[in-house]
Design a protein around this ligand. Structure first.
Ligand code: MUC
Ligand code: MG
Length: 370
């Protein structure tokens, strides 16, 4: 049982270590929407809602997440007692439609507070961890082929990552194919290289593009066509040997059910923000498991808080395609006391109670939008 006493939100702007180029936006800065949940039992929970490129990736901006919490969700939740996330979800969904990014921040904060109160890690509240370290790839997205090759070779030599994702879709098909295949050839046969098109192609372009990428040894092709084209994604998954990773097309367990029952084969990218929180993302994972669809731990390029919330959830299930929980490494700084430890292509899941991280309130104040 936890009684929510008050909620406070901040928009925290942190520069990225280099421009990060996606098909729909170039990021030079990331905005973390941070929420602090004070509970009557004396515990405090922290949550994060983060998206990419303002409103260019998804329908909720960081500013809208803060507004949804302050104007609608806070009056609904404050003063109420909840037995766990199931009750919290029921209450939120009964009065607030959509807004899964804001709800994800709140579900995370609730799990953090509940874990601290019970002396258990968040993973224990989600079924229990089956791993303490998870594989993490890195995204090469500087926008320049030679820079990406140098970055990839450096990270391989340092032993930090052994798997890479490339962001394509902003340029012509020919340019993108040359870019991806040059990086694959330079990094070598044993290094897994995947691409994320972020919905940029139509079906015909996807057939051409997937064929060339498959022949060039690319391992996985993420969201080649728009999220609404479910039939197209199913057809592509049946046509090619190279597997498809559905990302924007699968936000919730309902999307996962519709795709799998339509004949999709491949993998789903889980993201806590798309689903409405760590526990909601696991509902999609369970639908995938029932349908024989593989899993992948996805990111909205969160800072450490949102990344750790995801890691607790991902640590309770088998991820056939690993994870991309590298968000904190893309940021010049963060708002936690102890950064996560990334090495040998893996990240360690914090083991303390709740999320197992401590917020650096001075840094939170420093980076918070005034
Ligand atoms: C996405 O669409 O997958 C994940 C890694 C990255 O660089 O961007 C994100 C978003
Ligand atoms: Mg993606």
């Amino acid at each position: 049982m936890l009684t929510i006493e008050s909620l406070a939100c901040w928009l925290v702007d942190i520069p990225t270590i280099r421009p990060h180029k996606l098909s729909m936006a170039t990021m030079g800065c990331q905005t973390l929407m941070i929420v602090r949940m004070q509970c009557a039992e004396g515990v405090v929970g922290w949550g994060e809602g983060t998206t990419i490129g303002g409103l260019s990736y998804g329908a909720e901006s960081p500013e809208a997440m803060k507004l949804a919490i302050e104007t609608y969700l806070s009056p609904l939740l404050c003063g109420q007692t909840f037995t766990g996330v199931a009750a919290l979800t029921e209450t939120m969904n009964a009065s607030v439609k959509g807004n899964t990014f804001a709800k994800s921040a709140l579900e995370t904060a609730f799990l953090d507070a509940q874990g601290k109160r019970l002396g258990l890690p968040v993973s224990a509240l989600l079924g229990g961890a089956i791993a303490t370290r998870l594989p993490v790839l890195w995204t090469l997205a500087s926008g320049d082929t030679d820079n990406d090759i140098d970055e990839g070779k450096r990270l391989l030599a340092e032993g930090r990552h052994d798997t890479f994702k490339l962001k394509i879709g902003a340029r012509s098909l020919e340019t993108d194919i040359c870019h991806a295949l040059a990086i694959k050839a330079a990094l070598g046969e044993s290094v897994s290289v995947r691409v994320d098109v972020n919905q940029a192609w139509d079906f015909t372009t996807a057939v051409k593009g997937m064929s060339a990428l498959q022949d060039g040894g690319i391992d996985l092709i993420e969201q080649p066509i728009p999220l609404w084209d479910r039939q197209g994604l199913i057809a592509l998954s049946q046509r090619f040997n190279v597997p498809i990773l559905a990302d924007e097309a699968v936000a919730t367990s309902h999307d996962g059910y519709a795709l799998a029952s339509g004949g999709f084969s491949g993998a789903y990218a889980l993201k806590i923000a798309k689903a409405g929180g760590p526990a909601q993302a696991l509902k999609l994972a369970h639908v995938a498991q029932a349908a024989g669809v593989a899993l992948y731990g996805g990111t909205m390029l969160e800072g450490t808080l949102g990344t750790v919330a995801s890691l607790h959830a991902w640590s309770t299930i088998k991820m056939q395609w690993g994870t991309e929980m590298f968000g904190p490494l893309l940021l010049k700084d963060d708002i936690v006391v102890t950064p996560l430890s990334f090495n040998q292509g893996q990240v360690s899941v914090p083991q303390g109670s709740g999320l197992g991280i401590e917020i650096d309130c001075d840094k939170l104040r420093f980076y918070a939008r005034k």
